[in-house]
Design a protein around this ligand. Structure first.
Ligand SMILES: Cc1cc2nc3c(=O)[nH]c(=O)nc-3n(C[C@H](O)[C@H](O)[C@H](O)COP(=O)(O)O)c2cc1C
Length: 343
């Protein structure tokens, strides 16, 4: 009921303004821990030790995290953890701050339970995120999603990724190499075998210079063909990175009803559910479970999350599902997992 009222108000205003407003709302809610507890996890489900799992060497208290792009600048990770996420991925951050594409660049496709965005890596730059993350407390797992500046040509991209990697090394628990956003011109060309292998090998070599290396994951687009996905598995094996996040937003547009359906950018939410699941299932089979996969894309319900985990994902992430269903979805998914264990 409260969710419906808040959502009705937020969905009436410009999506980017409502994103900013929801930041204020989440901050306020986190200042009222008693109310928050009653609204978010009244039965303490999220603390149940049966939900805990260890993935790429990190201990997650349950498998539901927040996908990249919501807290790009690491301004709200603590409060998002208090809302129930077991891990929060900040970013995508780039070496230098950049303003991203001109507004309007975020569209809610309410009739389709979807979002189109062409934000274009708007962020304050990696150093600003680092400063905010220095204040983090233990407990919540933080991922650092890294990218390149728009003005950096692809043949210099490695330098941008390395700069972000080094800057964040001490303040995040795992890294995500984002080469799959459709909103930075030519970024997705870095998903080709030669440049991708070079990029991941450089990052992993740098990683191994550290006494305690961190897990590095690759985030891929849902629009890759089967042969490209096979190549991705080979690349993970050859570069020895820790795993994959599948998937980012899609450039496909099929069967959409909403007015803004032809806006340029990446589509997320319900129209992505089926394709992300296919990609995760394919990667899990093809890799024989040699490395973990985080499933993301169109997880709008408990069923969607369980399908992803059944298909081979070790963890899942929400973005659009969090916007449309609210933080209750985190608790609902975990409740369903516990019910399964009990039956
Ligand atoms: C407004 C918006 C901004 C996003 N920004 C990023 C980003 O900066 N980096 C990234 O890797 N993914 C970004 N994503 C993609 C999400 O992390 C996620 O992969 C995608 O939305 C699919 O999940 P969903 O269907 O649950 O939303 C963004 C998504 C949205 C809707």
């Amino acid at each position: 009921m409260l969710k419906n009222i808040i959502q009705k108000i937020l969905f009436k205003i410009d999506p980017e303004k409502s994103h900013e407003l929801s930041f204020t709302g989440i901050r306020l809610l986190s200042k009222l821990p008693f109310l928050q507890k009653r609204l978010i996890d009244p039965d303490n489900i999220l603390e149940d030790p049966r939900l805990a799992r260890e993935v790429f060497g990190l201990k997650f208290k349950h498998p539901v995290g927040l996908a990249a792009g919501f807290d790009k600048d690491a301004k709200l990770y603590k409060e998002l953890g208090q809302l129930g996420f077991s891990f929060v991925e900040i970013g995508t951050v780039t070496p230098k701050g950049q303003s991203g594409n001109p507004r309007k660049r975020l569209f809610r496709l309410v009739e389709d339970f979807a979002i189109i965005n062409r934000m274009g890596f708007n962020n304050d730059g990696v150093e600003a995120a680092k400063i905010r993350l220095l204040k983090r407390e233990k407990g919540l797992i933080i991922g650092g999603n890294i990218g390149k500046n728009k003005i950096t040509p692809n043949d210099k991209a490695v330098e941008d990724y390395l700069a972000c990697f080094e800057a964040l090394f001490e303040v995040v628990d795992y890294f995500v190499v984002n080469v799959s956003s459709p909103n930075t011109p030519n970024l997705r060309d870095l998903q080709e075998k030669a440049p991708l292998l070079a990029l991941l090998k450089s990052l992993q070599a740098q990683n191994l210079q550290h006494e305690n290396p961190k897990p590095i994951l690759l985030k891929i687009a849902p629009d890759l063909s089967e042969s490209q996905l096979k190549e991705i598995v080979e690349i993970i094996d050859e570069s020895h990175i820790a795993g994959i996040i599948a998937t980012n937003t899609t450039i496909q547009r099929e069967g959409l009803k909403s007015q803004d359906r032809d806006e340029m950018g990446g589509l997320s939410g319900a129209p992505l559910t089926k394709r992300s699941l296919e990609v995760v299932r394919f990667l899990a089979k093809e890799s024989g479970g040699r490395f973990p996969i985080i499933g993301v894309g169109g997880i709008m319900s408990t069923k969607d999350a369980l399908d992803q985990l059944d298909a081979g994902a070790s963890l899942v992430q929400l973005y659009s599902g969090f916007i449309y269903e609210g933080p209750q979805l985190i608790e609902e998914i975990n409740r369903a997992l516990l019910t399964r264990l009990e039956n």
